[in-house]
Design a protein around this ligand. Structure first.
Ligand code: CMP
Length: 307
């Protein structure tokens, strides 16, 4: 049953990947155009925080489009379907008939309705013939989803590495689909070089897997002693697992020790408990089946037990 559930899960995953590939049609363009589009996206406040891979996929999938002088490219209040980058020309942005600004080459527009799933917040009219690049909502969302799936797969792989190395005992008996859910829930948190990830003696309810960089463990023998170096932790190593079971007083310090900073995948106790609640009762049922609880209700049972 377990194997069937896993293969059903992974074939659903494969279908999703196939669907995504079908939507992600790329359009050839020169390196100069690619650089121009990438820079435009990185200069836009709402797009600049996307991952490099996502930016490059958006650039790949953008296609050329032209609008004649005077045409209304975007109408305020409409449902938006395209995000644009201006290559040549000038447009005017109006809101409630009031001109807000004009925009020229290198500017991104129409991103708000796509990113926030809202209607168009302003109207945009061509003040000259415009050469534009565009990407549609469906493709944009597929790029975001693909990045999410890749992240989840990477998180799952790291988790499995930790399990194989016997670093996370409490995950060893969990089913593949639960592990996938956990991988999806892990938050990526970055720490600057020298920053404390956990502090000895502090209470904690979070578990960590190092996904990038190196961190060092130090421990003070008592309140009055200076912490001494224990060892380094690298990608695929974890710490803080007891905090998933109950509130942990951290037994040591873990400090980011990498000039490029450290990234950890973080799971808190509450999320962990919610995800494994059903799984725990299943495991308990299995255990009680293997070792049935005894009813000690007569003297003979009691005697056997003593023996
Ligand atoms: P969207 O709401 O999708 O469609 C209209 C676009 O106009 C919007 O995305 C932005 O790209 C752009 N826009 C809205 N308000 C302003 C503004 N105050 N200045 C410049 N551009 C704007």
């Amino acid at each position: 049953i377990k194997r069937t559930a896993i293969s059903a899960e992974s074939s659903a995953q494969q279908n999703k990947s196939k669907d995504l590939r079908a939507v992600l049609q790329s359009y050839s363009k020169s390196d100069r155009t690619k650089d121009f589009l990438r820079d435009a996206l990185l200069n836009n406040d709402f797009m600049k925080n996307l991952e490099t891979d996502q930016i490059m996929s958006i650039v790949d999938c953008m296609y050329p489009l032209e609008h004649k002088v005077g045409s209304l490219i975007i109408k305020e209040g409409d449902v938006g379907n395209l995000l644009y980058i201006m290559e040549e020309g000038t447009v005017e942005v109006r809101k409630l008939s009031k001109v807000l600004t004009t925009m020229g080459p290198g500017r991104v527009f129409g991103e708000l309705a796509i990113l926030y799933n809202c209607t168009r917040t302003a109207s945009i009219k061509a003040l000259s013939n415009c050469k534009l690049w565009a990407i549609n909502r469906q493709t944009f969302q597929a790029i975001m989803m693909k990045a999410g799936m890749q992240k989840q797969a990477e998180h799952l792989e790291l988790m499995k590495k930790c399990i194989l190395r016997k670093l996370i005992k409490s995950f060893e008996k969990l089913r593949e689909d639960i592990l996938s859910k956990i991988a999806d829930t892990l938050d990526e948190v970055s720490y600057a070089d020298g920053e404390y990830i956990v502090r000895q003696g502090a209470r904690g309810d979070t578990f960590y897997i190092v996904s990038k960089g190196r961190a060092q463990i130090t421990e003070a023998k008592s309140k009055w002693d200076a912490p001494i170096y224990i060892r380094h932790l690298g990608r695929g190593e974890s710490f803080g697992e007891p905090a998933l079971q109950s509130e942990e007083t951290r037994p040591f310090n873990v400090i980011a020790d990498d000039p490029n900073g450290v990234t950890c995948l973080v799971l808190d106790r509450q999320s962990y408990r919610e995800m494994i609640a059903n799984e725990l009762s299943r495991l308990k049922r299995e255990e009680s089946f293997k070792y049935p609880r005894r009813n000690i209700d007569d003297e003979r049972d009691l005697k056997n037990l003593r023996l």
